[in-house]
Design a protein around this ligand. Structure first.
Ligand SMILES: [Zn+2]
Length: 183
């Protein structure tokens, strides 16, 4: 294909599928310039929109309790009594099924870091804190967001409490934590 034909091809496919021309140029230059052999697989641009739903499976109640009742639930092993949060349907030590137990929503930071750099999606939140916390009444740690007026007051050992977003969607981001002494 000569240059004019290629431009026409880009224009046609960009208009048809709404694919930006620079993407087409990046992915199809070898094909259009004749670099690919006649017997190579011929590739054609196309677009796919996918609407789907996914399931939280046996962890569903944890997310429903967040969304509907502003409650954090752990999962307690019937045999060894270890309490998981994030929950697990089956104990990793005994392979026994767990049962739901409500938690107070308080806990302690076991590891944390303050983020000063991020992708554009979170830039308005800077600086923000990622932390592992161990909720009271549980035996495991979970990763979460900590919100604090003064990030320098956040450290390993800081006591935190759960807060819930006004708008909740059944996602782990429905809940965040704040230091108890800064409330
Ligand atoms: Zn167990």
């Amino acid at each position: 294909m000569n240059k004019a034909e290629r431009e026409k091809w880009y224009e046609y496919h960009s208009g048809k599928e709404g694919i930006p021309v620079e993407y087409l140029k990046r992915d199809f230059e070898d094909e259009l310039s004749g670099k690919n052999a006649m017997d190579d697989p011929l590739e054609i641009p196309d677009k796919m929109d996918v609407i789907y739903k996914y399931s939280y499976g046996q962890q569903s109640r944890f997310f429903r309790e967040l969304r509907e009742n502003k409650k954090i639930y752990g999962a307690k092993c019937n045999q060894c009594s270890k309490v998981y949060c994030p929950p697990r349907a089956t104990c990793s030590f005994c392979y026994e099924p767990t049962e739901w137990v409500p938690l107070e929503g308080t806990g302690i930071i076991t590891a944390c870091t303050v983020q000063y750099f991020t992708t554009s999606a979170f830039i308005k939140k800077l600086p923000f804190i990622c932390a592992y916390i161990k909720l009271d009444g549980t035996n495991f740690i979970m990763m979460t967001n900590i919100e604090a007026k003064d990030v320098s007051q956040i450290d390993v050992g800081t006591r935190v409490k759960a807060h819930f977003r006004e708008e909740r969607h059944g996602a782990i981001t429905d809940v965040y934590f704040k230091p108890i002494e800064q409330e």
